[in-house]
Design a protein around this ligand. Sequence first.
Ligand SMILES: [Zn+2]
Length: 174
Amino acid sequence: MALLEIIEAPDPRLKVVCETVETVDDDLRQFMDDMLETMYAAPGIGLSAPQVGDRRRVIVVDVSRDGETKRPLRMVNPEIVDTAGEPVMSEEGCLSFPEMFAEVERPSAVKIRYLDENSEPREIEADGLLATCIQHEIDHLDGVLFVDHIGTVRRNIILRKMKKVKRLKAREAA
Ligand SMILES: [Zn+2]
């Protein structure tokens, strides 16, 4: 197991369109375990491959609360095949945007198809936080960030803050 470095915005590596995984092998299983470990350590409830500099269509998610049994999901080539319910607004954050939050509107319920860590095809229906989280992570695989769903004014405020934080960190490291 290894902790991976999480890329922070703005960064061109967060804008890539990821590639479909052809085979789920030990290397990929190890990578997904590392992603989960990185996500739990952050801490966060979802993480996508491009956030750790990888171009495979892979996400990990766990929306269980503190003290509950963990419910990790490892999703390979996840895709939304159906949506339902009224769109809902909910506050989202992102491990690539530390301490930044914004209200994002998305479908309240989704059906997702993916391969699990054993390459078994699966389909699940999700609503609430799980639906929001999975949609957010799948977006990452297409280079779409949560700030791309909000108004320009709010987006520019967040991006300006992120650039400033990056400059300060670069200066401290120099
Ligand atoms: Zn994110």
